[in-house]
Design a protein around this ligand. Structure first.
Ligand code: TXA
Ligand code: MG
Length: 541
């Protein structure tokens, strides 16, 4: 099929061209027309054969209903079973314009147009060219966005050409679409009414007329396989360029860090105005961070541009989901097939603890082998007591003789005194924990900048320390008592009696098990790897 392209600048001056486009629709043909939102692929909504051509040209699933466009309010009554009372006030305020309203359909609307539903979506576009063509056609006009199904919607005639050339009768070029994302869709056919698709008209604006309007959960989330879609169009992967889209939510600083770390020669950053020179990889801007209209009007343009430039992956800055930004966010979620990375989130941190001799270090090494960054509580404790202030406080608490001639700490003597009573242990912790905590924090930041997958903190006193607050997950390692005795004797060269004293000074095994989410049993001859793998998988999820 040869696709004719005509340019309409001025509805009054180009009335012959308007007539021509109207005739194509009236006679069962299909034509792409500009609207204030995106280009639509138009056909007579009441002619099943014409509507079928739309589904074919787009490759659209047949259960995804089309919006029926009318030239004015009078076009609505024949399409619906009954005009909802609330509709008049909405139309008065928002029509013509980017608001689509779903109501129960009349028998005039063919099943193919409504995707088999008993409802119909109606909209009256404000774009003068679209409006004049519908009027000229003299029939209600079904018009989905004029893109190949799944691709970003077209906001220029060139985009339509790229997808539809050779598949449709006519393309009407009316320049770039002003809003850039599709109309807001609400349904009055459910109780309470729902917002099915966000657009230029925001939920806040609508709630003035529909105080009980709720935002459908599909706006923000992926529908599970069994959930019934109120708006079938929201269930498909959608608005996607060939390139993989990754949506990055978080601060500019962390976004740059993330992109520079994971980007390569085939990646592009899609960022806000003024940011493009901040990335190591090429970047394109899609609008001002705090101006939803500027983001919306360039969104699909930029997504198509990513493919034109030959990139295979786009890292896109996430807009604030307010005002028109909500619509941009909603489209981007689908472009990215819900692949969103929270760049401000640090690596998962696992706190590993357990009674002495249970074999924490062995388990910690297994995590290291699996890509985790190890923070060793013993190492940090040793570093903490090199601090002059900490040393002075320890000397005050446990006696000046705990400081060696060379100014270092006599660790054995300090331990003897500090672990003599629970009060003394508490005093030791009060002096050392703040410094150990600060050091831990610095280590986590360091890990964040490494290639590690996560962080494992190996700390015997974890559960009594503020470090517990930095952990996303707590794990304890336990082993039978006689085995722990044997390990301690071997490791530290002490007697069985001394080992037992240490064990008895500590909290019982049950304390660790009760205060952590996972327990790894590390008895001799037992394989803890499966349990550790399970914990790693949960941490990285
Ligand atoms: O801005 C727009 O609305 C553009 C321009 C061309 O007017 N059109 C548009 O159409 O975006 P389309 O087909 O790409 O999107 C129609 C959306 C889909 O999400 C569809 O599921 C929903 O509206 N929809 C249509 N009829 C419906 C119905 N009866 N009930 C629920 N949702 C419906
Ligand atoms: Mg569409």
């Amino acid at each position: 099929m040869k696709t004719e392209i005509i340019r309409i600048e001025d509805v009054a001056k180009d009335s012959a061209l308007i007539e021509k486009a109207g005739a194509v629709l009236r006679e069962g043909g299909i034509a792409a027309v500009p609207t204030e939102t995106v280009y639509g692929l138009a056909a007579n909504a009441l002619d099943p054969d014409a509507v079928r051509k739309i589904f074919e040209a787009k490759g659209r699933p047949s259960d995804n209903p089309l919006i029926v466009h009318v030239a004015d309010l009078n076009g609505v009554a024949p399409l619906v079973k009954e005009v909802d009372k609330r509709f008049y006030a909405l139309a008065e305020k928002f029509w013509p314009g980017p608001l689509t309203v779903v109501m129960k359909k009349s028998s005039l609307v063919p099943d193919i147009t409504s995707g088999g539903l008993d409802t119909v979506a109606v909209r009256c576009p404000s774009h003068p060219v679209a409006n004049a063509i519908i009027r000229a056609a003299g029939v209600p006009v079904a018009a989905p966005s004029a893109n190949t199904s799944g691709k970003p919607s077209p906001t220029t005639a060139q985009h339509v050409c790229d997808d539809m050339s050779g598949k449709i009768d006519l393309i009407v070029d009316g320049g770039k679409c002003e809003i850039g994302v599709e109309s807001t869709v609400i349904t009055l056919a459910t109780e309470p009414p729902r917002l099915l698709r966000p657009g230029k008209i925001t939920p806040e604006e609508l709630q003035e007329f529909l105080p009980d309007l709720i935002v459908d959960s599909a706006v923000f989330s992926e529908l599970s396989g069994t959930e019934k879609a109120q708006s079938p169009g929201m269930k498909y992967k959608h608005y996607s360029p060939e390139a993989e889209v990754v949506l990055l939510r978080g601060s500019l600083e962390n976004t740059i860090r993330y992109v520079n770390k994971y980007g390569n020669a085939e990646s592009v950053a899609v960022c806000f105005t003024g940011e493009k020179n901040m990335f190591d990889v090429p970047a394109v801007e899609y609008g001002l961070e705090d101006d939803g209209l500027s983001l919306a009007s360039n969104l699909f343009y930029v997504l198509r541009k990513v493919d034109d430039l030959g990139f295979s992956r786009a890292f896109v800055r996430c807009p604030k989901p307010v005002g028109l930004g909500l619509a941009v966010y909603n489209r981007l979620l689908r472009s990215a097939a819900f692949h969103v990375v929270d760049v401000d989130k640090r690596l998962p941190v696992i706190g590993l603890t357990g009674p002495t001799g249970a074999g924490k270090s062995t388990v910690a090494q297994y995590f290291v082998k699996n890509g985790f960054y190890l923070i060793d509580g013993d190492v940090l404790a040793r570093e903490a007591v090199r601090n002059k202030e900490v040393l002075a406080n320890l000397a005050k608490e446990f006696g000046a003789d705990i400081i060696n001639e060379d100014g270092s700490l006599n660790r054995r003597l300090t331990a003897d005194r500090a672990f003599a009573t629970p009060e003394k242990t508490k005093a030791l912790n009060a002096i050392t924990h703040p410094t150990i905590t600060a050091l831990t924090y610095i280590e986590i930041t360091r890990a964040d900048r490494s290639d590690s997958k996560g962080v494992i903190i190996d700390a015997a006193a974890l559960l009594q320390s503020p470090i517990i607050n930095m952990c996303d997950m707590l794990v304890c390692v336990v082993a039978p008592r006689d085995e722990r005795v044997r390990r301690i004797v071997e490791r530290d060269g002490i007697t069985v009696e001394q080992a037992l004293t240490r064990i008895n000074a500590q909290k019982p095994e049950s304390y660790y098990i009760e205060n952590t989410q996972y327990t790894i049993s590390n008895a001799a001859g037992e394989d803890f790897h499966a349990k550790a793998d399970e914990i790693i998988a949960a941490a990285l999820k």
